[in-house]
Design a protein around this ligand. Structure first.
Ligand SMILES: *[C@@H]1O[C@H](CO)[C@@H](O)[C@H](O)[C@H]1NC(C)=O
Length: 302
């Protein structure tokens, strides 16, 4: 082997074998691309690549779901996005995208996926509606492609304002067009007891599996499904607390239901999967505690 080739081979081998759930220091999670902070923008269209963790899932024929990048190989999405698709391995993800029709981003195919271990499909909804997808190769991070931070275990966000973003339908009518450009909206997390009462006619509210959030006249909608429910923390970093799961139409009185990320079992599932798929996370300045948390759980080289 040529000397230079050998060096490259050794470097890539070392990089590969060391990708086992470390915290990468060359990247950091939850950094949005906020231009002209404070300027009032009309409408709800997000500026280009504002939320670089947003990902879009396509079947060979159509746009399917949203998702969010959480490590250098993994995307978090809704369980039903994977469960009900005919051939999961024929789907692909577009990252760093702005325009859903143009698919103007980087395309990644699927290597592996994992439904939440407690995912359960009922006739009108799904419980623990979360799945993790591993792309082939390593995601190349840049300004437009970066991961979001994850919430810590057992955190309560009742009353707090959150953001939902996606390429979902623009209104509640049956033939409403999917959004071409990423749309965003704000909702408030409701107290679990209110959720239980308000959704009781459709589902059994499970506080370990679900978050519910609502805002009159605005909501996540089909096509936003799988995308994150997230907020900007005190240190200007964004963290995900939920995954868009289902609602009853869009922006009616029924609250939006989200897969809950702060549940301890869900956190363990995500972290174990990150390790199992040899993927690394980016540093998380807001949660210095997280590295200890990983360590305690797995006793591995985070
Ligand atoms: C759950 O999903 C399976 C496979 O798609 C389906 O056959 C079954 O009817 C679903 N169960 C319910 C209650 O919808």
């Amino acid at each position: 082997m040529h000397f230079l080739q050998r060096i490259i081979f050794i470097i890539s081998f070392v990089t590969w074998t060391h990708a086992t759930g470390k915290i990468r220091s060359d990247c950091s999670c939850g950094e949005a691309n906020i231009i002209n902070r404070g300027r009032i923008v009309n409408g709800k269209e997000a500026t280009k690549n504002k939320y670089p963790w947003l990902a879009a899932m396509y079947t060979p024929t159509e746009f399917m779901c949203g998702g969010s990048i959480i490590s250098d190989r993994n995307i978090l999405t809704a369980g039903h996005c994977i469960f009900y698709v005919d051939k999961p391995f024929s789907t692909y993800w577009v990252l760093g995208m702005h325009n859903q029709v143009l698919q103007d981003g980087d395309r990644y195919y699927i290597d592996h996926y994992s439904l939440h271990p407690k995912f359960h499909n009922f006739s009108v909804y799904d419980e623990y509606d979360m799945a993790l997808v591993t792309v082939r190769g390593i995601i190349r991070f840049n300004r437009n492609i970066r991961p979001i931070c994850l919430t810590l275990p057992n955190t309560d966000y009742t009353g707090k304002q959150m953001t939902v973003a996606g390429w979902g339908r623009l209104d509640d009518s049956k033939d409403a067009k999917m959004g071409t450009i990423l749309q965003e909206t704000n909702v408030h997390v409701k107290p679990p007891n209110d959720c239980a009462i308000e959704v009781a006619r459709l589902v059994r509210y499970n506080d370990e599996a679900m978050i519910c959030a609502h805002e009159k006249g605005t909501d996540s909608c089909s096509g936003d499904l799988g995308g994150p429910l997230f907020f900007e923390s005190d240190v200007n970093r964004y963290e995900a607390i939920g995954v868009v799961s289902f609602g009853d139409g869009c922006a009616r009185d029924f609250p939006g239901i989200y897969g809950k990320l702060s549940d301890m079992q869900t956190q363990l599932w995500i972290k174990q999967y990150i390790v199992d798929t040899n993927s690394d996370i980016c540093s998380d300045p807001a949660h210095k505690i997280q590295s200890n948390y990983f360590n305690d759980v797995f006793k591995i080289n985070f």
